[in-house]
Design a protein around this ligand. Structure first.
Ligand code: ZN
Length: 139
């Protein structure tokens, strides 16, 4: 587990790492990423409170982050874009272990995110809806 003291995004919160921020509220920072941007205007948003994954984020941070992203998408006059919610866990592709959300504009066919693959065949969904409903009653 990454400690908040060594977390890259927490270092931004503490002002140790400088970024080109576009939003800085009491809860959320958003910045234009210089690290492997997929398109012009690719931004990253994250809660100031260290949270590794989405399920570690508090509900107040979660409630604020999407409206903030909506405002930035509107400011950019975006009509086509991807919002990538956290990759949660290394197996899911998480490499920065502080929950964050990407806003990736799609200006042209060549910009932005491109679909990497097709969903695998043969996924068994039997019984999972019932399991989720049962778990939701106790958490
Ligand atoms: Zn952190």
């Amino acid at each position: 587990m990454v400690e908040a003291a060594h977390c890259m995004l927490c270092r931004i919160v503490r002002g140790v790492l400088r970024v080109d921020s576009v939003v800085n509220t009491a809860r959320i920072i958003g910045f234009v990423t210089q690290h492997e941007p997929y398109a012009r205007g690719h931004c990253v948003f994250f809660p100031k409170r260290h949270a590794i994954s989405l399920h570690d984020m508090n509900d107040e941070d979660l409630a604020e982050i999407l409206p903030v992203i909506k405002r930035v998408a509107t400011a950019l006059d975006l009509k086509t874009y991807n919002i990538i919610l956290p990759n949660n866990g290394a197996l899911a592709g998480q490499t920065v272990f502080h929950a964050h959300v990407h806003l990736i504009p799609k200006w042209t066919e060549a910009d932005g995110l491109r679909r990497a693959g097709e969903p695998p065949a043969g996924i068994d969904q039997t019984g999972i809806a019932q399991r989720i409903r049962e778990r939701l009653r106790i958490i």
